[in-house]
Design a protein around this ligand. Structure first.
Ligand SMILES: [Zn+2]
Length: 335
């Protein structure tokens, strides 16, 4: 592990001011997961071109895949790359997604992360408070911001998996936020991890297209939370939309993703206008990358240089990120 370093030395920022502005302005900050150089480049290019703040987030799976030290230097590289692309003051957060212990959060804070999530949502309420409070105390000493979670999301994302979702209980949020001192709160209102967010039996089917129509998000729960904690930054996980064009391309060129279904973008746009100020998107970028690679191989069977198929994959991800920023989250032109 690299020696102890503050994110401030790396040119990163925490989420505090960013979220305050987003809540006031009625938009949300994109939180894109990254594991590879191509994803990192696409995220930075999209953020610079649209003048958007951005959260680059690292899951436990990413730390295992790419190595925590490498990811940290990639985030440092992202800041320098953004400057090279013409952004004078990049607003880039390096965030730990689904931190599962105090030790993981501490190790990230010590190695240059500007924001961490401690996910105690599977613990009993009191234990979640205790663990979150401990992380907040260490993080705030280093001016690092903390996201906590109340309520359980269904679905599978790296090593985070739950069979059933439990909506956040609005009556718990004041006590939780006050006792823990967390800076933002991930809540469960029906979003879900992965590319199969809903089982066919939870959905209806469009009689014309035969495609699944997912159940709507629980905006009543979101409203009740907002009423309890006015202006407090709320986070939505599992908010990929699973674009049908990418799923169709994957299936057309040899893939097999039947009935993959996500959260409709108009619902996310509605959420972004509320106190929801961070929206997590991971699966959509995976789908865009895979669709571009499958198509490229089908059309160019002789290619074997990774640059040949990773270039269109990177471009597809960049276009996806730009679309999310401008058409869904509304975080463009905010720097
Ligand atoms: Zn998540």
């Amino acid at each position: 592990m690299a020696k102890k370093v503050s994110y401030k030395q790396l040119g990163l920022v925490n989420t505090r001011k960013m979220f305050a502005k987003a809540v006031k302005g009625g938009y949300a900050i994109p939180a894109f997961n990254f594991n590879t150089m191509e994803q990192m480049q696409a995220i930075v290019q999209a953020a610079v071109e649209t003048k958007s703040p951005v959260i680059m987030q690292v899951s436990k799976g990413a730390r295992k895949y790419a190595n925590p030290t490498i990811l940290r230097y990639m985030a440092q590289g992202a800041v320098e790359y953004a400057k090279e692309l013409g952004c004078k003051k990049p607003q880039i957060v390096l965030h730990l997604d689904h931190g599962d212990s105090f030790e993981t959060c501490k190790s990230c804070i010590d190695s240059g992360f500007s924001s961490v999530m401690i996910d105690g949502s599977s613990l009993p309420f009191k234990d979640n408070i205790k663990l979150t409070k401990k992380v907040v105390a260490y993080a705030h000493k280093h001016d690092v911001t903390v996201e906590a979670e109340l309520g359980v999301l269904a679905g599978v994302e790296d090593e985070v998996a739950a069979e059933e979702s439990h909506y956040t209980k609005p009556e718990e949020v004041i006590e939780f936020a006050t006792k823990t001192g967390c800076d933002s709160l991930a809540i469960s209102i029906g979003t879900s991890h992965g590319a199969y967010k809903f089982k066919p039996e939870q959905c209806t089917r469009d009689p014309k297209t035969g495609k699944l129509v997912p159940p709507p998000l629980a905006f009543d729960v979101l409203k009740a939370v907002e009423k309890k904690l006015p202006g407090f930054p709320i986070v939505l996980h599992g908010s990929s939309s699973v674009p049908q064009e990418h799923v169709d391309t994957i299936n057309k060129f040899g893939g097999k993703l039947p009935d993959a279904v996500g959260i409709p973008e108009e619902q996310l746009r509605k959420a972004a206008k509320s106190a929801v100020c961070k929206i997590n998107i991971d699966s959509d970028s995976r789908l865009a990358m895979t669709a571009a690679i499958r198509k490229h191989f089908a059309e160019n069977p002789g290619h074997f240089d990774p640059r040949q198929y990773l270039s269109p994959a990177r471009e597809a991800m960049k276009q996806l990120y730009i679309h999310k920023i401008v058409k869904v989250l509304g975080s463009n032109n905010k720097i």
